[in-house]
Write a protein that binds this ligand. Structure first.
Ligand code: GLA
Ligand code: ZN
Length: 659
């Protein structure tokens, strides 16, 4: 690593083909043709690597790694902990996960182990070290892929005890814990640590502080397991690099907490291209947003670890990618900061649950199939684009996405229990900024917002003292803050803030919250602009907050119901900066207007004219990518973009490439 080049490749499962050496030889030949330079190996190989307890058979893997290396193909070597052998579960039932209903799972599927079990940890450590000993020094092994898509939780007694220990460390005393959870509610005062249990459908579901801490604990437990695996390898391979493959909008774990311990962020991207009722532009935006989130975790390029070369087989309906979409989607990842474009999977398996999942090489084994040809084309493009690899993105705008805040907000019973649509809210802001080629990062409340010009807080329900201070300093220092309804409501143990809210920001916003009204699906509340002539009416939905202004200047007012006249949107000047407060959720057009104005004020955008519907820009380093997400030709930046085509423009040299 180090040199400027993109990685191109994907999950390779030779363990499914060991009895067909001709297939394995063919793979090497085809990989070269598809310009594959990396494969992920061994993710689900445990039962082949350790067919009997303590008896390792690594020769087959060594042979494959050597052959790949001889062809210039690197290896992202996985530890096999995501799927255990049957003998292990049979001999040591404690390794099997226990559900929230307290029922222990049977052997089967994958990702079903307990993260606490000492036996599981010992067995994982042993097989990881066997791999590290054998392959740690191999020049072809450039990355260690720990486990697979970490996630899930276990409620066994071992985990319950670990939870209690973790709480003891966090609170020190039961008194403090009872206070933090407001345990006097429904007579919940705990008098012994052993009384505390994780949430259960037939047990605890009412103590929000407990539920929130359980989620934090699950992250801590999983992270602890990750560290155990990483250290097992690192002990023997001091220079090893580590990644874990993360998932789309997954909030079962707080990924921010994983970032410092990883060398490379990677994630698995499975957009629902060509979904009925949703434009491909919207689908591309959803992936773009996740690329941006994963870039933000370390402020560094990441790997798109998995993506399907044609269709998935687990979505409600599995569409194949139309011609050109493989290129569009690969370059979209690159535009947003990916240094690797990888697939699940190289060769389509013959049996079991993923036999119809897309692959570069299908059951027909042919190299003139569409997925193969389009993969090879993308591989070629990535080689040509290698100067872009490693390029960083400018720091412009940040959206505050704090996982703990989302957990607390969604865990609370409140103004709308039929769904708060958190991601819908985030997308409204993201889409409008992205369309203007503003580079968007994501930060949580531990993050540093000082380098940005614009910070957006969509529904920042839980507002910590220290982050509140950061927001105040940011605005006072000249920053622009956009903050929505349902922000600054609770503290970090989900106790409601006492006194005026949004907590700690009423002077920064120039207003205070009086009430918040839940809205039924489809229910709207009409809002009118205060001064801007010809500005369109807007409609509030989902939640309508009612505020009373002190220094803020209303931009929109509610025009209906008893709170007619209250601000629906307002601006306030504070220190050298300003804040925009949005009291409700408007339609997309509202955000386009707002962010078009802010983008023009704050950023020097290469996009002077709004781009046509379906065309999306993104900046990375010196390059501007302009992508046509439609199946029709489009015109943008004085160029004709083919269906699903991408224009890559070097903003320094003026060089233009079209794919
Ligand atoms: C996930 C997993 C892979 C595979 C793909 C299929 O991303 O990590 O092992 O199951 O899904 O889409
Ligand atoms: Zn457990």
């Amino acid at each position: 690593m180090g040199e400027r080049r993109f990685y191109h490749g994907g999950d390779y499962n030779p363990e499914q083909w060991l009895k067909m050496p001709e297939i394995l030889n063919k793979d090497l030949e085809l990989m070269e043709k598809a310009r594959v330079n990396i494969v992920t190996l061994g993710v689900f190989s445990w039962s082949m690597l350790e067919p009997e307890e303590g008896k390792y058979d690594l020769d087959w893997l060594a042979d494959i790694i050597d052959k790949l290396y001889a062809r210039g193909i690197s290896v992202d070597l996985a530890t096999p902990s995501a799927a255990k052998p049957a003998w292990l579960a049979q001999k040591y039932p404690e390794v099997l996960r226990v559900g929230a209903n307290r029922v222990r799972e049977k052997y089967g599927n994958r990702h079903s182990h307990c993260y606490t079990s000492p036996v599981y940890r010992e067995k994982v450590r042993a097989v990881d070290q066997a791999l590290a000993r054998r392959f740690g020094a191999h020049p072809g092994v450039v990355m260690w892929h720990i486990s697979n898509e970490l996630g899930g939780e276990c409620h066994c007694e071992l985990c319950q005890n670990a939870f209690r220990e973790w709480l003891r460390g966090r609170y020190g005393s039961l008194d403090k814990l009872n206070e933090a959870w407001n345990s006097a509610f429904w007579s919940h005062i705990y008098s012994d640590w052993s009384q505390i249990e994780s949430p259960a459908p037939h047990g605890e579901g009412a103590m929000h502080g407990l539920i929130l801490d359980w989620k934090r604990f699950v992250t801590q437990r999983t992270l602890d397991f990750y560290r155990m695996e990483r250290d097992a390898v690192r002990e023997l391979v001091p220079g090893a690099k580590f990644t874990v493959n993360m998932m789309y909008r997954f909030d079962g774990l707080d990924y921010y907490k994983f970032a410092p311990g990883l060398d490379m962020i990677s994630w698995d991207d499975y957009p629902t291209w060509h979904k009925a009722g949703e434009s491909d532009e919207e689908i591309a935006l959803k992936s773009s947003m996740m690329h941006d989130f994963f870039y933000s975790l370390k402020g560094q390029p990441f790997w798109m670890m998995e993506s399907s070369p044609s269709m998935t087989n687990w979505q409600p309906v599995s569409k194949v990618k139309k011609p050109g979409v493989q290129m569009l989607s690969g370059l979209n990842a690159v535009a947003h900061g990916a240094d690797a474009v990888m697939y699940f999977q190289w060769r389509q398996s013959r049996g079991a649950v993923e036999k119809f999942h897309g692959a570069v090489v299908g059951h027909d084994g042919r190299e003139d199939s569409r997925p193969f040809r389009e993969t090879a084309e993308l591989g070629k493009a990535l080689e040509a684009l290698s100067p872009i690899a490693g390029a960083l993105r400018a720091k412009e705008a940040a959206i505050v996405y704090d996982v703990e805040s989302k957990w607390a907000m969604e865990g609370a019973q409140g103004p709308r229990n039929i769904g708060l649509g958190y991601w819908d809210e985030v997308m409204l802001h993201y889409r409008a900024l992205q369309k203007r080629a503003v580079t968007v990062d994501f930060v949580n409340e531990d993050g540093d917002i000082s380098g940005y010009k614009l910070v957006v807080c969509p529904m920042l329900y839980m507002l910590r003292e220290d982050f509140c201070e950061k927001l105040r300093a940011f605005v006072a220092g000249g920053g622009t803050l956009v903050l929505t309804y349902w922000s600054g409501v609770a503290d970090e143990t989900d106790l409601c803030r006492l006194g005026d809210t949004p907590y700690g920001l009423t002077d920064v916003l120039g207003l205070r919250r009086l009430e918040i009204d839940g809205m039924y699906d489809g229910e709207t509340r009409r809002c009118v602009p205060v001064s801007a002539e010809n500005a369109p009416e807007a409609f509030g939905r989902v939640l309508c907050e009612v505020a009373e202004v002190s220094t803020a200047k209303p931009l929109y007012k509610y025009a209906e119901d008893y709170f007619k006249g209250a601000p629906a949107a307002a601006v306030n000047f504070f220190g050298n900066g300003r804040t925009y407060y949005l009291a409700t959720r408007f339609e997309p057009g509202f955000y386009s207007e707002l962010y078009a104005k802010l983008a023009a004020d704050l950023f020097d955008s290469p996009i002077k004219q709004p781009l046509p519907e379906g065309v999306l820009p993104a900046k990375r380093g010196d390059w501007l990518f302009v992508q046509n997400t439609t199946g029709e030709e489009a015109e943008a930046m004085d160029a004709k973009l083919p269906p699903y085509g991408t224009l890559i423009l070097n903003l320094k040299t003026g060089e233009r490439l079209i794919y």
